[in-house]
Design a binder for this molecule. Sequence first.
Ligand code: FAD
Length: 456
Amino acid sequence: TVSVVLYTSDLRVHDHPPLRAAHEGAWEVVPVFVRDPAVDRAGFAVPNRLAFLADCLADLDRGLKDRGGRLVVREGDTVTEVLDLVRQTGAGEVHMADGVTRFARAREARLRRVLEADGCRLYVHDGVTDVVPAGDLTPHGSDHFAVFTPYYKRWADVPCRMPLAAPGAVRVPSDVRSERMPRRSALADVSPGLAAGGEREGRKRLGSWLSEHVDAYEERHDDLAGDVTSRLSPYLHFGAVSAVEAVHRARKRGGAGAEAFVRQLCWRDFHHQVLAARPEAADADYRPRHDRWRRGADMEADLAAWREGRTGYPVVDAAMRQLAHEGWMHNRGRLIAASFLTKTLYIDWREGAHHFLGLLVDGDVANNQLNWQWVAGTGTDTRPQRVLNPVRQGKRYDPEGSYVRHWVPELAGLDGPAVHEPWRLTALDRAAFDYPDPLVELSDGLARFRRGRGVA
Ligand code: FAD
């Protein structure tokens, strides 16, 4: 017997329920990844994520080869390609992970229809991407949690399934055609500081981070220059690291830092369960605030300055330049840059979310769109009118100014926290720095936001 394992954003061999189930139920397995142009059209095909994906696929192929198998890569419509494999190999089962986006759900429904008409069964495994599957926890009277803390309290009590070992051997039929593996080196416009992808890299990072750095996490996770967070987000996004395994290993490690890390992992599941219940929140306000977002040439000019990291607010510019250089940004930077765009510049959160998705290696519909909505006050934040002051945030989370000096070299000559307020220098001193004046006074930005949103 033959089973097909359809890989999507779960690119690993360890703790992989679909691979495990296929391996146990069939003599031969066809692990396949389909490069589907529909995924690209839905906004996935940006250089940073394609580059990371190429690394993940190459490493998955290696992981399967170590076990006597290989990864089959196809290009085309996912359903057509899977059906072709099923017919060619006579497979009786297809196994895959579940997904929460509209795209994933429509793909799954189509696949089920087509396969069942052909006499093949589709098994959709949950708990592959999330720790607690979307929809498993619901508050009284609703289909999802709209507030994080009560969700976390329930989530933390759910017994989490044990991680699965990778199968010892994977037998793949020899006559199955595969396209060439995509190569990272063939891609243009990849951020120069982009991390290397792949399961081995992700597992190495998880191991070293838990053994060497996690203890500092609770106290220092907001420290921009310290950079002590795990940087596991792209590996989790592509499924090169299992969130279930990360939770188990962190709990085993124990301590306040590990606990804070597990709580942070819960945010992924939280956003996934919101999006699964409200798929339209990918583009529409989760809680409509009837904003009169700015439009027109002035707005476009401010948006361009924000994108390019020349707003005149050093910590905002530093964060935006980190994003361009690494395809990744520190969480505190994301909060500051997003608050600045939506509240200080009063520009629609969708503009910011779109720019982030164009660069973020961990760019993810649920986590990106819903975090943007959280900051914009149109999402699940219980304090929707809160505005982060970029100067105070900079002084608090980059007290020595070294994060800013690293990413905004024009200001490297300024010592200590003075780097957060270059406008305080004398005109003569300022002329020495080729750095723009602030786009807007913070008090003017605040007044405009309040007027637009109709907040007294
Ligand atoms: P750590 O601090 O080490 O946290 C561990 C893991 O927990 C992360 O890898 C991530 O998987 C998860 N996590 C942490 N915080 C959040 C959060 N607020 N929401 C969801 N998951 C979280 N994260 C993404 O994975 N993809 C995105 O597209 C994304 N877009 C964002 C946009 C904005 C405007 C904001 C404010 C946040 C966004 N985040 C996104 C969440 C968060 O910034 C990143 O997950 C985090 O910075 C990744 O760094 P890390 O792996 O070192 O995180």
